[in-house]
Design a protein around this ligand. Sequence first.
Ligand SMILES: NC(=O)c1ccc[n+]([C@@H]2O[C@H](COP(=O)([O-])OP(=O)(O)OC[C@H]3O[C@@H](n4cnc5c(N)ncnc54)[C@H](OP(=O)(O)O)[C@@H]3O)[C@@H](O)[C@H]2O)c1
Length: 270
Amino acid sequence: MSTTPPKADTIDMDLGLKGKVAAIAGGSRGIGRYIASALVREGCSVALYARDKGGVESAVETLTQAGGNVAGASIDVTREDAGEQMARFALEEFGRIDIFIGNAGGNRRKPFVDTTDEDWTDLLNLNLLSHLRAARAVIPAMRDQESGSIVFVSSIFGREAGGPGLSLYNTSKTALISASKIMALELAGEGIRVNCVAPGSIRFPGGSWDRRCNEQPEAMEKFVADNIPLGRFGTAEEVADVVTFLASDRASLVTGACLNVDGGQSKSLI
Ligand SMILES: NC(=O)c1ccc[n+]([C@@H]2O[C@H](COP(=O)([O-])OP(=O)(O)OC[C@H]3O[C@@H](n4cnc5c(N)ncnc54)[C@H](OP(=O)(O)O)[C@@H]3O)[C@@H](O)[C@H]2O)c1
């Protein structure tokens, strides 16, 4: 069986995203940048946010050169007013918000007994609260439009135990899936869908798995053989494709779901 990823541009399915407006928290590099690129290819206008101004400018420039209608702002999503800032920026730039992607996130590994209140506050702020604040800020515009799609990027380790050292990451990613499910129930009657994706180990140039593969190729080969049934790391394009589908009306019956994008890596039954 071939385990090579298919080329995204060979897939022909009209997602009906032309003219829609998407806002992406953490859209300047990594998976978020690929999501921005996929949404631009589908004809969305995109507002993207990240902390590093140069990274935001470079992403906006590249995507604009590729024909996209793209704007970006340097915003730290962990700030209490970041949700409002992101919503205001997208509305000022594009006049509406059809899609919100909560992708910003990070990890902090350490044994539970060594974790501090500061660690918990930081990780919960980045991986959970920032997305809840952003959702609260974009929902009024989606309500006025009577439609909207929110997609959060969680992790397979939000659905099952990631292992020792991952209490901060695991807890924050699980809580995001849990909150999104309740949001989906509350907003279903208003035409707003809320879903998550749960990526497994995703390799892209400059990312953490890429770095580990370059530093310890044999260990990483063994990791893949032991953990990923499809026999390779996922690509950021493959995560972006699933996010883009969930964001679109082609996923009109999907809400309150969390889709694994992991080559079979997750062992969770639910
Ligand atoms: N890579 C994987 O294998 C994998 C697996 C499972 C889940 N995930 C999840 O997928 C998401 C993206 O991961 P990634 O590997 O693509 O990460 P990444 O390469 O580190 O990119 C993260 C993006 O979020 C932005 N960001 C980070 N902190 C931010 C903050 N406080 N405010 C605003 N923007 C912020 C970054 O830009 P700035 O640094 O400039 O702010 C960047 O645009 C994360 O939620 C991660 O947990 C990744």
